[in-house]
Design a protein around this ligand. Sequence first.
Ligand code: GLN
Length: 600
Amino acid sequence: MKYVLVTGGVVSGLGKGVTASSIGVVLKACGLRVTSIKIDPYLNTDAGTMSPFEHGEVFVLDDGGEVDLDLGNYERFLDIKLTRDNNITTGKIYQFVIDKERRGDYLGKTVQVVPHITDAIQEWIERVALIPVDGREGPADVCVIELGGTIGDIESMPFIEALGQFSYRVGPGNFCLIHVSLVPVLNVVGEQKTKPTQHSVRGLRGLGLTPNILACRSALPLDDNVKAKLSQFCHVPLANIVTLYDVPNIWHIPLLLRDQKAHNAILRALNLQGKLREPMLEDWTKMVKICDSLHDPVRIAMVGKYTGLSDSYLSVLKALLHASVLCRRKLVVDWVTSTDLEDTTAQEAPDVHEAAWNLLKDADGVLVPGGFGDRGVQGKILAAKYARENNKPYLGICLGMQIAVIEFAQNVLNLQDANSTEFDPNTKNPCVIFMPEGSKTHMGGTMRLGSRRTYFSVKDCKSAKLYGNVAYVDERHRHRYEVNPDLVAKLERCGIAFVGKDESGRRMEIVELPSHPYYVGVQFHPEFKSRPGKPSAVFVGLIAASCGQLDVHLKSKGDNNLPQTKQNTRNGFPAKVCQNGHAKNLPNGAYYANGNGVHA
Ligand code: GLN
């Protein structure tokens, strides 16, 4: 096993996660099998209890791990499936060591950060690096380890110490350190400043780690003299300094790395030079070109508790993007803060209320993502009602599905106080209820989490067709409440259809309005398994319906139930696309189905 460690210097938010994922893409393109580990030096055991509005979304894995959103980047870029142990936190390591101490495993020794915590970190890395993540047997060739935070943080010290020991243990030729840093440009003189990078590399060296490669974030490519200066002062060869300058979208980063021959520098450090092919990134390049050339917009109103941090809904945005690229449309997301749609805002701030409603009305489609707590729920119900009554394509995810059911019960069944017991514990018409297996006292890891199976109970429905007429799908979950099974028959008599259920048939997973162009709610989170070139089925449904392509998509599914083969597509895109960007003559079957949780 070879290890690539990615650290960050100067400031946070340099895009270390995307850089590390992109390094993985380039190494994979050279023919290596790649896995990854993300280290988060915070005390939380996992990201499950952290607010997405502070820390970005909580990403959910197949095994139910609630992890840092960077693992989502790895899964999407490398098309792999990680496990909860691929996300190491200080909390997990300390818990492991303290449990061991309580069992008496340390045989009377004083338990200390060095060597006990640092040993536990190294053992964890070695164990997890061996877990296969790409669907093939046996371990990967390379493990990319991303160390969260910035060099010099107190929290990351035990990890730095552990990684310093680890690099020595695995030895030269098996370990490559890439330091991502910032080269700011001072406006007055327009000069690229190297000092912050020099200082952070000195800090790194002082802690016992020597960088092999510098990846410098800057607005423009680094001038030659700036590179020379960095090389001289940081003791890194010129050929090992790459610039990650600003690009239109993150899919460019692997190409940027390849163009600057970063793979050669990495492979040299890993003693693999000359043993592998040049990176094959033709499909990736095609995808980037398509994405750059899109101009016809598709406008999606995202109705949520938006507070300014778009990372809170990162995977949903990526899934929308993947589907838009497939439909050859430029994605425009209009953020609608759900409370702005409510009547109280109409009184307090009429302008804000009007602006929010205008955004919703002008959108081609509406998406209500997952969420917790009752703030803004009323606004989401109003958005769902508007979409239902005005034939506007609607996709409700998790809470968004529950909202669709509550709205239908309130306004079609006329059960005015219909609600989720999450928001009104005393409602006389609880149409969404707490699940028996949940916990109200312990929040960490107590939801219905991870991959669960949904069986299509109705075959002739939009979602079944979009998934490629499969018998069942495996998608990831994260919820405590569910549609009240005792109300299902009553709801269905009024025209809403529960078309997907779990194996017991009592738990509702997919809801649709057959009379509506596209009104779909899913209890799961399909966004977590959407991949570039392999978009999630229900997201394709939303985007296709929003730009008038749904019939073409559904027809291609209905006409052809042939099993999926890679030959059907090129990089997951339909083979023929007519001039105006509308897909036509789509190839057989579900081009987004392969490896995407879909089984025939
Ligand atoms: N709050 C809802 C529940 O717990 C929805 C959760 C979600 O959207 N992820 O069931």
